[in-house]
Design a binder for this molecule. Structure first.
Ligand SMILES: NC(=O)c1ccc[n+]([C@@H]2O[C@H](COP(=O)([O-])OP(=O)(O)OC[C@H]3O[C@@H](n4cnc5c(N)ncnc54)[C@H](O)[C@@H]3O)[C@@H](O)[C@H]2O)c1
Length: 313
């Protein structure tokens, strides 16, 4: 049975361990902090139970958990691994140290992928003897429920490493995309940033309430986005397809884009939205609402799986 090394057992490392184990692979889960290891085993067991309740795993939770071996020895976690998924702290200096250690200890040719949300692969792999096997594989949290993973190689990453990582992600049920050239924010956060920058301005400048802004996405744009992307959306939204859409509506978008001036993310920009959110959801109810979000997300994932079987994807 193939084995994956999951390095760093925080929020994201724990979810990756579940992704690989539920796909039938062995997992060596490592964290230098013994308490983090214990905490991870406890939280992984709870999360796997939740996935079973939502019918997002096809076997007994104990069978999934039995494939995960966790500990504080890095060589033990790396032993025999065909892929390394790094999930250490989001700090460039720490990533550089972890990568130097991983490159020295991991068998030659084995891809070493980082879950980093925003550090380019070139920033932590330059100068390493094995830099050609290093890349970013950025998940959306938690990858055990949200399947997208952005593969972002450095200019010197071996294309075969990207191909093999893409194949592995597909094998374990994730949905990989490839970022063809290094860019800040990769793809997902650039798209999310474009929407957030505009949304915060519209609220701060008094055009819409925070509640109505959220309604616009959850009852409007977001409905389609949960099963098709914006390119397919605009292609289907004009009788003559995408060029027709561009001709009809392009001038509006161009005007909006011309008016757009970058703003700092300070209190003047996000203050109104932050106050409105606290009035709607007091901090004491924050954790409870997060649990509600996770349940909704799992229910949606189950529906999408079912709809893909019935209608096609
Ligand atoms: N949290 C998110 O929403 C999210 C989403 C996508 C990607 N990421 C990325 O995933 C990575 C991990 O984020 P997280 O939210 O799980 O953080 P976290 O703080 O929950 O976990 C980090 C873990 O790394 C461990 N660690 C510390 N030093 C280490 C070392 N030398 N080697 C290995 N592990 C070490 C810590 O003990 C801790 O358990 C980050 O790079 C982050 O940017 C996070």
């Amino acid at each position: 049975m193939d084995k994956i090394a999951v390095v760093g057992a925080g929020m994201v490392g724990r979810a990756w361990a579940i992704v690989f184990a539920r796909a039938g692979l062995d997992v060596g889960l490592y964290d230098p902090d013994g308490r983090a290891v214990q905490d991870a085993l406890f939280k992984i067991a709870l999360a796997v139970q939740d996935l079973a309740t939502e019918q997002l795993i096809d076997e007994e939770p104990t069978a999934v958990l039995a494939r995960i071996t966790a500990g504080t020895s890095l060589p033990a976690a790396l032993q025999g691994a065909i892929h390394v998924q790094e999930n250490g702290p989001e700090d460039l200096e720490v990533k550089k140290r972890i990568y130097a250690e991983l490159d020295a200890l991991t068998a030659p040719g084995v891809p070493i992928a980082s879950s980093t949300s925003g550090i380019k692969a070139s920033a932590f792999s330059e100068g390493l003897p094995g830099r050609a096997r290093c890349l970013v594989a950025h998940p959306v949290n938690p990858p055990s429920v949200v399947p997208l993973v952005e593969l972002a190689p450095a200019p010197w990453t071996d294309p075969d490493v990207v191909t093999r990582t893409r194949a592995l992600m597909e094998r374990v049920g994730q949905q990989p995309i490839t970022v063809k050239k290094e860019i800040d924010g990769f793809i997902l956060n650039r798209l999310q940033g474009a929407l957030l920058n505009e949304a915060l301005k519209l609220i701060a400048d008094g055009y819409v309430s925070t509640e109505d802004l959220d309604k616009t996405v959850k009852h409007g744009l977001g409905l389609r986005w949960s099963f098709m992307g914006p390119m397919e959306t605009i292609d289907l939204n004009a009788p003559g397809g995408l060029p027709d859409y561009a001709k009809r509506y392009g001038p509006i978008y161009h005007q909006v884009n011309k008016e757009s001036v970058p703003r700092d993310w300070d209190e003047r920009l996000f203050g109104q939205a932050a106050r409105d959110r606290r009035a709607t959801l007091p901090m004491e109810q924050h954790a409870e609402r997060q649990a509600w979000r996770d349940r909704r997300l799992m229910a949606l994932a189950r529906q999408k799986k079912q709809a893909a079987k019935e209608i096609g994807d």
